[in-house]
Ligand binder design. Structure first.
Ligand code: GLP
Length: 251
């Protein structure tokens, strides 16, 4: 018995189609009620097929994102918005520049806040989420350390947006895109586990064999701080959308 509903799709494109359909329905339902939709978004390779589907919804089916407010999970410390590896760039390239979201409705932690100002910046980020009405839907990938956002092992279940040190495994995984380990930042600002768990709906996606072991731990292991994604077992409305390879370690 899985504690979290798991949907195993033949391909990641099939999973992305399903999740984009759910997102489009949410946006349209809220819009009909005169309400904004607040999305929590993720970076990494995992959500790219989903972003492609959302772009299709906009370009081919007329879905408007004018009533959508987005909050991204995290950003690397020390990277300015123009840096090619910044999550700001990633989100604009993969999604924002292809849809009609209003620039003022795009929120991401800043990588260039002075160290002394980071606590105030993080507090303001949490407040902005609350002011927007809270996260309607949070999209997640998962790191090989079990992180969600950049909540590395040891992150408390009630943690909030804050600066964190990156795990060596996470930095190693990022080395390819940065052109070498030395170029990978050592820290980041991330929404906390508590911030993520406050979302009304959460969908975690994972593809490929490299995620199979951590997916099994997150779903079937005890809820504990060594695998932040295990905290999702405590959330009443979380689903995992995974492909057959990511499901290969599940019994
Ligand atoms: C980064 C992001 C996470 C993401 C993870 C997995 O660490 N901060 O939000 O889930 O990468 O990356 P990928 O989707 O490329 O496997």
């Amino acid at each position: 018995m899985q504690k979290i509903p798991v949907h195993v799709f033949p391909t990641r494109a099939d999973a992305a189609t399903q999740l984009a359909l759910e997102t489009a329905s949410l946006i349209k339902d809220n819009e009909a009620k005169g309400k904004h939709t607040v999305l929590g978004l993720a970076t990494g390779d995992t959500p790219v097929p989903y972003y492609k589907e959302l772009i299709k919804w906009h370009q081919e089916r007329g879905l408007s994102f004018a009533t959508v407010t987005c909050f991204n999970l995290d950003e690397y410390t020390g990277l300015c918005r123009d840096h090619p590896q910044s999550y700001w760039q990633f989100m604009h390239n993969q999604l924002f520049q292809h849809i009609d979201i209003l620039p003022e409705n795009i929120h991401m932690p800043s990588g260039t806040v002075a160290e002394a100002d980071i606590p105030a910046h993080c507090h303001a980020y949490e407040q902005a989420i609350l002011d927007a009405g809270g996260l309607d839907m949070q999209i997640l990938g998962i790191g090989r350390t079990g992180h969600i956002g950049f909540n590395e092992p040891g992150s408390p279940i009630d943690s909030r947006t804050r600066a964190v040190s990156l795990d060596p495994v996470t930095r190693e995984d990022a080395a390819r895109t940065f052109g070498g380990l030395a170029q990978v930042p050592t820290s980041a600002i991330t929404m906390g586990c508590g911030t993520i768990l406050s979302a009304k709906r959460i969908v975690l996606m994972a593809w490929g064999n490299s995620k199979a072991d951590i997916i099994n731990q997150a779903l079937n292991g005890s809820v504990n701080s060594s695998v932040s994604a295990s905290y999702l077992q405590r959330h009443p409305n979380t689903d995992f959308y995974i492909d057959a390879a990511a499901a290969s370690a599940l019994s």
